[in-house]
Design a protein around this ligand. Structure first.
Ligand code: NAG
Ligand code: NAG
Length: 360
């Protein structure tokens, strides 16, 4: 390298800093906005007035936080790891009392949430989460001004995990009348996809451009599903088929939206396959137990007793050996593995972009 190269580089850098002041702000990171159900809930249900939701009790949180923090796991959830990879602090629940800073993102996800509003009236469904988001946009504009808010909203990544509860509830309500008719399945699917389309467009119209979706997991492998359907084996087929049906329809929707909405970019993480492979071949992925939950009671620990204070349940001594922490939610260790794939996985796992691409 010639000797005079170094000062030249410095002066180019100085020029850049004058031309683009945001260069000098090393702290700037696109925010992360989170929507969904208990897989992503990091405290909303602690503050929405519904008592006994579960994650406010031990042993939730025992591994990482050393106390219950409203997360349905022994430790961190996927949005926690994603925030960490993106250089952001943990994303705060929107209802956290005293929350004033919206520039790093906000988490609206709430346990039990569905897309279809009539299914679980006690919960903060996706529609309510979107309404909170619109309210937040107003607060963000007050916090940083119109121009900066616009930039944050369009740079931000909008992370979703939703609709699993819609199908679980459909099965629950028809548990005596299975298998479901094709008519019932498609009517349910079409309403869910229709509402998701509306909600995504609403957020897009507020300035959102970068969307990331975790597709539906293998619902039939959940300990809770096997318990409910009194099934012995790895995974029950009917819920599996519903999840695959939804995932196929959702993938076409995302593709269609990309064609329809200028600047719309997205990522779909194939959570279905990622979790299914770990259920079937747990030991290959470092999970000694991949079918029974660490915490709960009943067959596969599939009864949701882990989250009910006063009812008896057992807790395993080493959650790191387990894929499932309770009847429906993965452990901290499993969530870390999923997050790494979502963040930087190849196109067989996450496509058309991975999260790392979306954040830059
Ligand atoms: C949204 O869901 C409701 C049921 O909650 C349904 O009646 C309505 O048709 C759905 N909307 C669309 C656009 O599909
Ligand atoms: C499943 O296995 C459990 C435990 O071995 C047993 O109690 C139960 O009866 C079995 N259920 C079915 C449907 O085979």
């Amino acid at each position: 390298m010639p000797r005079n190269m170094f000062p030249t580089t410095l002066s180019i850098l100085a020029t850049l800093l004058i031309l683009f002041p945001s260069f000098s702000n090393a702290q700037y990171k696109p925010p992360l906005f989170v929507f969904g159900d208990s897989l992503y809930d990091d405290g909303m249900t602690l503050y929405n007035g519904v008592k006994g939701a579960g994650a406010e009790f031990w042993p939730y949180g025992e591994t990482f936080f050393k106390k219950p923090v409203g997360r349905y796991s022994d430790g961190r959830l996927i949005p926690d790891f994603i925030a960490q990879f993106a250089g952001l602090p943990f994303v705060q629940p929107y209802l956290l009392p005293g929350l004033k800073d919206y520039t790093k993102g906000v988490n609206f996800a709430s346990a039990g949430a569905c897309v279809l509003v009539e299914l679980r009236p006690q919960t903060i469904n996706l529609k309510m989460q979107i309404d909170y988001f619109i309210e937040m946009v107003g607060k963000l504009k007050q916090q940083v001004g119109e121009a900066q808010a616009k930039k944050l909203l369009s740079d931000g990544v909008y992370l979703f995990n939703i609709a699993g509860n819609d199908y679980v509830t459909l099965l629950q309500k028809n548990v005596k009348k299975l298998p479901l008719s094709n008519f019932k399945k498609y009517r349910h699917l079409n309403m869910i996809i229709g509402n998701l389309t509306t909600h995504i467009k609403t957020i897009y119209n507020q300035g959102a451009r970068k969307f990331a979706f975790q597709n539906l997991g293998p619902l039939g492998c959940m300990p809770s599903m096997k318990y409910m359907l009194n099934f012995n084996g790895s995974c029950v087929e009917e819920p599996q088929q519903l999840a695959r049906m939804h995932n196929t329809a959702f993938a076409s929707l995302a593709k269609r939206l990309q064609g329809e909405l200028p600047g719309f970019k997205y990522s779909i993480y194939d959570f279905y396959t990622a979790l299914y492979l770990r259920v079937l071949y747990g030991t290959r992925y470092g999970f000694r137990e991949s079918e029974t939950g660490c915490c709960g009671s009943g067959n596969y620990n599939g009864d949701f007793t882990c989250q009910k204070k006063g009812t008896s349940f057992t807790v395993c001594s080493n959650p790191n050996d387990y894929l499932w922490f309770d009847a429906a939610h993965p452990t901290d260790k499993a969530n870390q593995a999923f997050s790494k794939e979502f963040w930087s996985g190849g196109s067989n796992l996450v496509a058309p972009y991975n999260l790392q691409n979306l954040f830059t």
